[in-house]
Design a protein around this ligand. Structure first.
Ligand SMILES: [Zn+2]
Length: 114
């Protein structure tokens, strides 16, 4: 479960930020990642529940922004939103496509702190 190491580095980042900005507690953590990035929100939440006690993020709510998959289709000559995990254009069913979105790694977007 690589979500565990993602959460560990997230908590380290929160710790560093708390020293920098001088906050004591985090109320909300807003995270974003791509739908195709192989990050499972449930595993992420579970790892967070296990790892966060004793840190400044203990008890914080996790909010996930999951970015949609997107691809560029050479037949349509345009970017299309993916409707499945299949590497195929949702408009013309073409397979001459490249992934342009949805593989973004986990990122901390925003925090609400005290
Ligand atoms: Zn197409």
């Amino acid at each position: 479960m690589h979500e565990l190491s993602l959460v560990q580095s997230l908590l380290e980042m929160v710790d560093e930020l708390s020293l920098e900005r001088g906050f004591q507690r985090v109320n909300v953590l807003r995270l974003s990642f791509g739908r195709l990035a192989c990050v499972d929100p449930l595993s992420l939440q579970f790892a967070f529940d296990v790892e966060s006690p004793g840190t400044r993020a203990e008890g914080s709510k996790l909010v996930f922004d999951i970015l949609p998959g997107a691809l560029y289709c050479f037949s349509c000559e345009g970017e299309q939103k993916m409707t499945s995990h299949e590497l195929r254009c949702p408009v013309c069913s073409g397979t001459q496509v490249i992934l342009t979105g949805g593989t973004e790694e986990l990122k901390l977007m925003e925090m609400e702190v005290d």
